[in-house]
Ligand binder design. Structure first.
Ligand code: SIN
Length: 281
């Protein structure tokens, strides 16, 4: 297995490995080490059915259930992410870390491309660790004392972004936004410490963090907007251009991502698996 880190400020492309084959524990350990070092790993030219994708994913931890999408009939851990050619809305089209409104958000997302548009549909990844480390020590110390109120409601709740645009039609019949959980709130720090590397990262995000505990929503939005602008500067961002058969595996504990919605008139079809993580601390 070769690891090439020319992808951008973060991330690496891994070659010389067929993920559909049974992999040894040593190979999985090598992948995990490279993943912790680079944040996002990209494997090209893979041929993976849902069972093979979940078999590979399950080697990295317990697979989790995404609360707003029905999984495939043939595998309860794989959800389809489809944007039809006539849809306007896409899934994941803002800077975020996956499902950070859960008590234990996923450590990893493993996304596989089945069909990609001829141009566009890239995913951007931002290094939320280096972005945090580049802030001034005094500002970092202030941020480390803050707790965020995280919730799915701005996206999936009553009046949320997806509800406003009849998301079931837009995101496919697998989407089910009508869920009690959509209005729930959980407290997490806005700066989290990676449980494996010990490094700190910005964690609060525009779509998932409603407010800073004890602050007004308006005050909170300004801080979150500042941090989002900061961490999405070019020096922290890698652009992944998908090809059919590409699999990407990213670390939600230290990276943000944003699925670009710039391919109107074309279909994009992905399969996604998430791996359960710890409670952010
Ligand atoms: C997501 O946010 O998990 C979707 C990313 C993508 O479709 O590129």
């Amino acid at each position: 297995m070769q690891v090439n880190s020319d992808l951008g400020p973060i991330g690496a492309e891994v070659s010389g490995i067929d993920l559909a084959q049974p992999l040894s524990d040593a190979s999985i350990q090598n992948i995990r080490r490279a993943w912790l070092d680079h944040g996002v790993l990209v494997f090209r030219n893979q041929t993976l059915g849902p069972k093979a994708q979940s078999a590979f994913s399950g080697r990295f931890g317990e697979m989790d259930i995404y609360p707003f999408m029905q999984p495939l009939d043939d595998d309860p851990h794989v959800i389809p992410i489809i944007k039809e050619a006539d849809a306007v809305l896409n899934f994941g089209g803002d800077w975020h870390t996956d499902t950070s409104y859960k008590e234990r958000p996923p450590q990893a997302t493993i996304l596989y491309a089945l069909e990609v548009p001829p141009v566009g549909g890239d995913t951007l990844f931002a290094d939320a660790t280096r972005a945090f480390e580049d802030l001034s020590p005094a500002f970092r110390a202030t941020l480390e004392g803050l707790t965020g109120v995280y919730t799915p409601k701005m996206v999936h709740g009553q009046g949320g972004d997806y509800r406003k645009v009849a998301a079931t039609a837009q995101l496919g019949s697998a989407y089910g936004g009508n869920h009690e959980f959509a209005e729930s709130e959980v407290l997490h720090p806005i700066i989290r410490t990676h449980p494996e590397t010990g490094r700190k990262s910005i964690y609060c995000s525009r779509p998932h963090t409603h407010r800073i505990q004890g602050w007004t929503r308006a005050e909170s939005k300004e801080l979150i907007a500042f941090l989002t602008r900061h961490l999405t500067q070019d020096q922290y961002v890698t652009r992944l251009t998908w090809t059919k058969g590409t699999l990407a595996m990213w670390d939600n504990r230290c990276l943000f991502h944003n699925a670009l919605n710039d391919y109107q008139g074309h279909r994009r079809h992905m399969h996604r698996v998430i791996i359960q993580g710890d409670r952010p601390a």
